[in-house]
Ligand binder design. Structure first.
Ligand SMILES: NC(=O)C1=CN([C@@H]2O[C@H](COP(=O)(O)OP(=O)(O)OC[C@H]3O[C@@H](n4cnc5c(N)ncnc54)[C@H](O)[C@@H]3O)[C@@H](O)[C@H]2O)C=CC1
Ligand SMILES: O=C(O)C1=N[C@H](C(=O)O)C[C@H](O)C1
Length: 251
C-alpha cells in the first residue's frame, strides 16, 4: 500500500471539524496527525509532519491560518466560509511565491450542493427571474451562507454572459432587508431555524412556470466525501482552487 497522507484538522472541536476528524480516522489512505482548536499553536501542524491541513474554523481566523500554512509548505483544504474576493486574491498572490503548494477553498463539500450549483448555472440563462434562499441551523455565525453567495455569483455570471438584465422587481418600499441581500444582481435570503442543518433553494421563474432546485444536508456526514476528495487531490492542484466543482470536473 502507498504511504498514507498525513492530515491535520483545524477547528477539530467544532461541529464540522469533529466530523472531519472521524472521517479521516476512518479512511485507510489518510492518517490524522494533528487536531487543533482555538487555543492551540498552529506550529503543531508542521511539527506533526502534516502534508494537508483541513480548516473548519471561523471566518475571522481562516485567512491567517491559510497564509501560515502556505508559508510552511502545507496544502490546505478550507471549508470555512466568509471569504471575499480580496482575501482570495491575497492567497492567490501568496501562492505565486510558493509553487507546488495547493489551497482548495470550497463553500460547500456536499456533492449534491455542488451539483445544484452546476444545474443552476445551466438554468440561469433561460429564466427571467432568479433568487436564492439558504436555510441553516441558528448557530451559524455568517449570513448569507458561503454556498448561497457562490451560487448567486455563478447565476449572475451566467445571466450576464447571456445578456440578461436585472430580474423584474417593482418593489421600491418596505422594511430594510425585506428583499434580502443582493449578490451580483441576485437576491439572496437567509433563514435561521432550530432543527435545520444546511439547505438551499434556487428559484427560477418565467411567465407561467417555475423551476426550483433544492439541496438538503440533513447531517454533516454529507460533507465528508467531498472533504476527503479534496484532501486526496489538493496536493496535485497547485495554486488556488475555489469550489469543489473544479475537482469534480463540473466547473
Ligand atoms: N464548506 C462546507 O462544506 C461547510 C462549511 N462550513 C463552514 O465551516 C465553518 C465551521 O462551521 P462549524 O463547524 O459549524 O462551526 P463551529 O463553531 O462548530 O466550529 C468552529 C471551531 O473552530 C474553532 N476555532 C476558532 N478559532 C480557531 C483557531 N484560531 N484555530 C483553530 N480552531 C479555531 C472553534 O473553537 C470551534 O471549535 C463555518 O464557516 C461554516 O460556514 C460548515 C459546514 C459545511
Ligand atoms: O455553517 C454551516 O453549517 C454551513 N456553512 C456553509 C456555508 O456557509 O455555505 C456550507 C453549508 O451550507 C453549511
Amino acid at each position: 500500500m502507498s504511504e498514507r497522507i498525513r492530515v491535520a484538522v483545524l477547528g477539530a472541536a467544532g461541529r464540522m471539524g469533529s466530523t472531519v476528524v472521524q472521517a479521516v480516522e476512518a479512511a485507510d489512505d489518510l492518517e490524522l496527525v494533528a487536531s487543533l482548536d482555538a487555543s492551540d499553536d498552529l506550529g503543531a501542524v508542521t511539527a506533526a509532519g502534516a502534508q494537508v491541513a483541513v480548516d473548519f474554523t471561523v471566518p475571522s481566523v481562516t485567512e491567517a491560518n491559510v497564509h501560515a500554512l502556505v508559508d510552511a509548505g502545507v496544502h490546505v483544504v478550507v471549508g470555512t466560509t466568509g471569504w471575499d474576493d480580496a482575501a482570495l486574491g491575497r492567497v492567490r498572490d501568496h501562492l505565486a511565491d510558493r509553487p507546488g503548494v495547493g489551497v482548495l477553498v470550497a463553500p460547500n463539500f456536499a456533492l449534491g450542493a455542488v451539483l445544484a450549483l452546476a444545474f443552476a448555472r445551466q438554468a440561469a440563462r433561460w429564466f427571467e427571474s432568479a433568487e436564492v434562499v439558504e436555510l441553516h441551523h441558528p448557530n451559524k455565525v455568517d449570513a448569507p451562507s458561503g454556498t448561497a453567495q457562490h451560487t448567486a455569483r455563478a447565476i449572475g455570471a451566467a445571466r450576464a454572459a447571456a445578456g440578461l438584465g436585472a430580474s423584474p422587481d417593482a418593489t421600491s418600499t418596505g422594511l430594510d432587508g425585506a428583499r434580502g441581500s443582493v449578490v451580483d444582481g441576485v437576491h439572496v435570503h437567509a433563514v435561521r431555524l432550530r432543527g435545520l442543518v444546511a439547505h438551499e433553494e434556487i428559484l427560477f421563474g418565467n411567465a407561467g412556470e417555475q423551476l426550483t432546485i433544492r439541496h438538503d444536508s440533513f447531517d454533516r456526514v454529507s460533507f465528508m466525501p467531498g472533504v476527503l476528495l479534496g484532501v486526496r487531490r489538493v496536493g496535485a492542484l497547485p495554486g488556488l482552487t475555489v469550489g469543489l466543482e473544479h475537482v469534480l470536473d463540473l466547473g
